[in-house]
Design a protein around this ligand. Structure first.
Ligand code: GZL
Ligand code: ZN
Length: 340
C-alpha cells in the first residue's frame, strides 16, 4: 500500500475512533450525547414555544435551541414561533400536550395567563421548563424550573454605569433628563430592566425620567416612539433602550431630528442584549454602553432535561452569566466571539 493510501487509512481510523463523520470538528461526546444514546435510538420529544422573531437576540435564542435539540443529540424537536402573540403560545402548549411530548419548553412572552394551560400539562404528566422570560403563577410547581438572565441585575448595571460615566464627565450635579424605550410590557425582561434601572435612578436627585414608553423590542416601534419623544421634549440627555433593536430605531430617529448621540454626541444611548450589531454600532460611535443578555440557553435546558431523565432534581432558578461593554473597551475581539 503506497504512503498516500496509508495516510487515508490512518485518517479513517482516527475519525472512526473519535466517532466523527468527515467534516465535523473533533469534539468529545458531551454529557447529553452519551446519556441520550442509551435510549436505544428512541428520541426525547421536546415541544418548544418561542416568543417570535422580533429581535436579533431572539434569532440567537432560536438558533441556540435548534442547534441543541437535534436528532444527533437524541431529540425530536417540535418548534412553534408564536409571532409575539400569547394566544399562539397557549395553542402551541395545548398542541404539545395532545402530541404527548416528553417535555414542554416555553419562553413566555408575558408573565401572566399561564396557570390553566400549565395545569393541563401537569395533569398530562408533562414537565414544563421555562427559558429566558418567566411567569407569575399561583402554584410554582406548575413548572420545573426557569433558566435565564437576572434582568434586574442588567438594569442595575446600566444605572450604575451611567452614574460612573456622568461623574467622570463632571455631570453628577447637573439635571439629567432620561427617557426609556421599554420592551414588551409585562415581559420579564422589561419588568426587570425597568425595575433595576429605577433602583439606581431613585438614588440620584439630579436624574429625571421624562417618559417611559414601550417599543415592543422592535426597531420599527423603537424609532416611532423615539420620534414622538423628540417632539415632546426639547432636551433629552439619555435614552435607555431595553434592547438593541429599539436602540437602532432610536438612533435613526435622533439623526433624522438633526441631533447626535453616542460618546461624541449630545444624547447618551444605553442598550440591552449586546448582540454583534450593537457592538459594531458602538464602534461606529452611536452607542455608549451595552448590557449583555445571553441567548445561549439551549445547552443549559438540555442539561436540565438530562438530569431529569436521570431522576435528579434541578434548581428552580438558574441564572446565566452576563457582562457589559462600553466604548472604552477593545470591542474588536469581543465582536469576533459573538454568536448572535
Ligand atoms: C431578554 C429577551 C428579550 C431581549 C429582546 O432575555 O426576552 O426579548 O432582550 C427580545 O431582544 O425581544
Ligand atoms: Zn439577560
Amino acid at each position: 500500500m503506497n504512503s498516500k493510501k496509508i495516510g487515508w487509512a490512518l485518517l479513517a481510523v482516527v475519525l472512526l475512533l473519535t466517532g466523527c463523520k468527515g467534516g465535523e470538528e473533533l469534539t468529545e461526546p458531551s454529557l447529553y450525547e452519551e446519556d441520550v444514546a442509551t435510549r436505544e435510538g428512541e428520541y426525547i420529544v421536546v415541544g418548544f414555544s418561542q416568543v417570535g422573531s422580533e429581535s436579533d437576540w431572539r434569532i440567537g435564542s432560536t438558533e441556540s435551541f435548534r442547534s441543541t435539540f437535534t436528532a444527533e443529540n437524541g431529540y425530536y424537536l417540535i418548534y412553534e414561533d408564536a409571532q409575539q402573540k400569547q394566544e399562539n403560545q397557549l395553542k402551541a402548549v395545548r398542541n404539545f400536550i395532545l402530541q404527548e411530548v416528553d417535555y414542554i419548553i416555553v419562553d413566555p412572552i408575558v408573565e401572566t395567563g399561564w396557570d390553566a394551560v400549565f395545569q393541563e400539562a401537569k395533569d398530562a404528566g408533562i414537565p414544563v421548563i421555562l427559558a429566558d422570560r418567566s411567569v407569575e403563577v399561583e402554584d410554582e410547581d406548575l413548572y420545573i424550573c426557569w433558566v435565564g438572565s437576572s434582568f434586574e441585575q442588567e438594569g442595575i448595571k446600566a444605572g450604575e454605569w451611567l452614574k460612573e460615566y456622568l461623574k467622570k464627565q463632571g455631570r453628577d450635579q447637573e439635571e439629567i433628563r432620561i427617557v426609556t424605550l421599554q420592551g414588551t410590557l409585562g415581559s420579564t425582561a422589561q419588568i426587570g430592566r425597568t425595575e433595576g434601572f429605577w433602583k439606581v435612578l431613585s438614588l440620584q436627585e439630579n436624574w429625571v425620567m421624562l417618559a417611559q414608553q414601550s417599543g415592543d423590542f422592535t426597531q420599527a416601534k423603537g424609532q416611532e416612539v423615539m420620534e414622538e419623544l423628540l417632539k415632546s421634549y426639547e432636551e433629552i440627555d439619555v435614552v435607555v433602550c431595553e434592547n438593541d433593536n429599539m436602540a437602532y430605531g432610536a438612533i435613526e430617529a435622533i439623526k433624522k431630528a438633526g441631533k447626535t448621540c453616542g460618546p461624541e454626541g449630545e444624547i447618551i444611548i444605553l442598550s440591552f442584549d449586546a448582540g454583534r450589531a450593537a457592538l459594531e454600532t458602538m464602534l461606529d460611535g452611536d452607542i455608549n454602553a451595552v448590557f449583555e443578555c445571553n441567548p445561549q440557553l439551549g445547552p443549559l435546558v438540555s442539561e436540565i432535561i438530562m438530569r431529569l431523565e436521570r431522576g435528579e432534581t434541578v434548581e428552580k432558578i438558574q441564572y446565566v452569566e452576563e457582562a457589559y461593554f462600553d466604548s472604552t473597551m477593545d470591542l474588536e475581539s469581543v465582536i469576533q466571539e459573538r454568536t448572535y
